[in-house]
Structure formats: C-alpha cells, structure tokens
Design a protein around this ligand. Sequence first.
Ligand SMILES: [Zn+2]
Ligand SMILES: [Zn+2]
Length: 205
Amino acid sequence: MPNSRKTPAGPGSRGPLVLDTRTLPRSPGSARTETRTVPAPADLHAGLAGIPEGSDLRLDVTLESVTEGVLATVTAVAPVTGECARCLEPVSQMIEVRCQELFSYEQGAGDADEDGYALDGDLLDLEPVLRDALVLALPLAPLCREDCPGLCAECGALLAQAGPEHGHENAIDPRWAGLRQRMTQGEQAGRPAPEISEESGRGRP
Ligand SMILES: [Zn+2]
Ligand SMILES: [Zn+2]
C-alpha cells in the first residue's frame, strides 16, 4: 500500500471514505457496486442529535462511468444518538440516507468545476457528499417515542414514568392564593366552593 496510508488526515491521505476507481473501466455504462462498513467521521452533529465518531457507517456504493466522470450513488445507514427534545432522555435510532453525486474527471489544476466534485486522479472522496447528506438527515427534534409526554411543567418529573395521574392539584399559583382564601371563606359560609385548580390557568398573562 502507498505510504499515504500512514499520513494523518490531510489532503491526499486516504480515509475510509476515499474510493479507488481504477477497477472501474472509464467507458460509459460500466458500473461497480460494493458494500462497506466504515467508521463514522467526526463532527456529524446537528441540534440534539449526532452520529458518534467511529460508529459503524454502512454504505452501499454504486459507481457508474458516465461521459463526464463517475456517478456515485450511495445509500448510508448510520446510528444516531441524542436527547429527546421533550424529556431529554437518551435517544438512539438509525437513519438511512441516499445521495447521488457526479465526480468529474479532473480537468487539470484551476479548471475544476466549482459547483461540483471532481475525482482526484483515480480517487473519489465520498466524505463531503456523505457528510452533507447525513447532517441534513439528522432529526432536529429527536423523540424517545412519538407520544413522549415530556416533563412535568411543575416539578420536572418524567411524565412517562410518573404516570397519567401525576399532577399538582394542591399547587396553587401564588397569584390565586387570595381567590382561594375568599372561596374558602365562602365554603365556610355554607356555599359550595367551585373547583379552582382546573381553572387556575385562566387569565394568566
Ligand atoms: Zn422523551
Ligand atoms: Zn410534577
């Protein structure tokens, strides 16, 4: 193998997402498919979710020769970890993304297509393409489950564990304390007191 394998990440070094296209004939229509599992690169994060560095990234790659270069079609499956947007409990799930990108044959220095990707000699670096696709696919607000009830607004308890009967009937907003006092006095006078705890949300600014 070339010495570049020993070089740390940098231009020209061959990471696990760099494919060698030498075995792909440069005649339009030729195609090659391979499946590989590679360690996920660092910094695949967005919001509350991310792909842990070094975790298994499973790739199905089809390289196809076209007139202008090599068309890469990639399906990637990656593990995502994060925090539930409602209850902050750990979340883990899998995402699958599919992307397709044309890598042009090198035109010579300075002549590269600025809008697209180019082959570096026979090498095709999937990392920038995959990075974009994976980060876009990360859930912005991951949920531990679709109907996660979140946290109790009063005490911060996990409602999923606390159960549906969890509540704070006795907790009276201080702004309503005076009202309760008047109602309690009314009750003492023989009139039934209305249930105020259900109404206490009304009239809040
Ligand atoms: Zn949750
Ligand atoms: Zn509570």
